[in-house]
Design a protein around this ligand. Structure first.
Ligand code: ATP
Length: 408
């Protein structure tokens, strides 16, 4: 097992385009780190530079404290599991798992012991003599992982390993990978564009946008304290609501009405002109619902629901609103960055599944002012983020360093 340190890693392809731009991430020994972001954000390129399949333009890559920039992939003691598993169809499961050991010229008894240990962990014992074509997607996935396990690698690297599977199997395999990684305690870097995988598997999650690290934090920190609009919009489903807002004193003006903010939050945003307020769907409530008994009349507003989606355990209610063109422009740009995630000018609120609300009803909505985020529309920066609980936000860190330089 080993640590992986990425120090100011840059990758420029032939046309000069920076696919990975000054990314620094320390992966701790035994950690499960997720690289996540929309298509083209550079996550696969970064993974391929860890493994050695791609040259590093500048920066240092350290594995177990040793610089590996110039080491060939086979000398890095890493095991990579690809999206398409790359199993040999003519070989049995046993021989597929044994393949790296045969290649290394291991003796038969060593091969046998390692294959059987891996197959016991992966519950593949009864399939050892079968061919990959006769296995389910999940079983094939486990064979591919078996091949990684027998190599006694310092770290596992996964590149979207579940994206070929159907939704149900994906869920099962996700739990299986989590369980296995915990049992083996092996340092793991896992690339995905799926935020559910990111949130459920990762000890920490690195969110990338156009080659630049946006935030590195635990899933909970990302969810509760997104550093900017991009992270806020990327993590969470349904996504965070974004509304035009202004703050004067402690009063927050939203399209639906006024909300009183906690003083410390208001102080960070007052007098800054037009902002974007971010509120997660579950931080609204139906003020008349029994579950909202303790909700006071403050911070409530009346709204007409135009669509209701009942999912059994919860209900999504949609409420359209107007946004000025400049906010719409920022939201349209964010939509493009998020790879088409729809952020239309409508509020989505999550209500209890027992609600009897129907389309066209007017509902008294309460909003939890403690949970509102306020973003600068230009930079996207979260003005109200709790920096003690937000992990690493490189842009904020760079700004701080620049400030310190100036005052020095
Ligand atoms: P996806 O999920 O779609 O695979 P990704 O986040 O893994 O996306 P990368 O494959 O790392 O993204 O690509 C990052 C950027 O680098 C993209 O803009 C891509 O076009 C560019 N890129 C990748 N490989 C090459 C290459 N061989 N030559 C030139 N540009 C490349």
């Amino acid at each position: 097992m080993a640590t992986i340190e990425m120090q100011h890693i840059v990758k420029r392809y032939g046309d000069g385009f920076p696919a990975v731009n000054d990314v620094s991430i320390d992966v701790e020994d035994g950690e499960f780190l997720i690289l996540v972001g929309p298509s083209g954000c550079g996550k696969s390129t970064l993974l391929r530079m860890i493994v050695g399949l791609e040259d590093i333009t500048s920066g240092n890559m350290l594995i177990g404290g040793k610089r590996v920039n110039d080491l060939a992939p086979r000398d890095r003691k890493l095991a990579m599991v690809f999206q398409n598993y790359a199993l040999y169809p003519h070989l049995t499961v046993y021989e597929n798992i044994a393949f790296p050991l045969r290649l290394a010229g291991e003796k038969n008894d060593v091969v046998d012991q390692k294959v059987r240990e891996a197959s016991a962990v992966l519950e593949l014992d009864e399939h050892l003599q079968r061919k990959p074509a006769n296995l389910s997607g999940g079983q094939r996935q486990r064979v591919a992982m078996g091949r990684a396990i027998v190599r006694d690698a310092d770290a596992f690297l996964f590149d979207e390993p579940l994206s070929n599977l159907d939704a149900k199997l994906r869920g099962q395999m996700r739990t299986e990978i989590a369980r296995l990684q915990k049992r083996l305690g092996i340092t793991t870097v896992y690339v995905t564009h799926d935020q559910t995988e990111a949130m459920t598997l990762g000890t920490r999650v690195a969110v990338l946008k156009r080659g630049v690290l946006q935030q590195l934090a635990t899933p909970r920190e990302l969810y509760d304290n997104p550093g900017n609009l991009f992270v806020a919009g990327f993590i969470g489903s349904p996504p965070m609501n974004f509304l035009p807002a202004t703050v004067e004193g402690t009063t927050l003006k939203l399209p639906f009405g006024e909300v009183q903010l906690p003083a410390d939050k208001a102080a960070k945003a007052t007098g800054r002109g037009l902002l974007i307020a971010g509120v997660r769907p579950e931080h609204f409530a139906d003020a008349a619902a029994p579950s909202a008994r303790d909700v006071s009349d403050a911070n409530t507003f009346d709204a007409t629901v135009d669509v209701v989606e009942w999912l059994g355990n919860e209900t999504y209610a949609y409420i359209p609103f107007e946004a000025p063109p400049e906010v719409q422009e920022h939201l349209a740009e964010l939509e493009r960055d998020l790879d088409g995630e729809s952020l239309r000018t409508q509020l989505v609120i999550t209500l209890d599944g027992s609600t009897q609300l129907s389309e066209g009803d007017t509902v008294k909505v309460w909003v939890n002012a403690e949970k509102i985020h306020l973003f600068d529309p230009g930079s996207g920066e979260n003005l109200t983020v709790d920096l003690d609980h937000a992990g690493t936000i490189p842009a904020v860190e760079a700004a701080r360093a620049a400030e310190e330089d100036q005052s020095a």
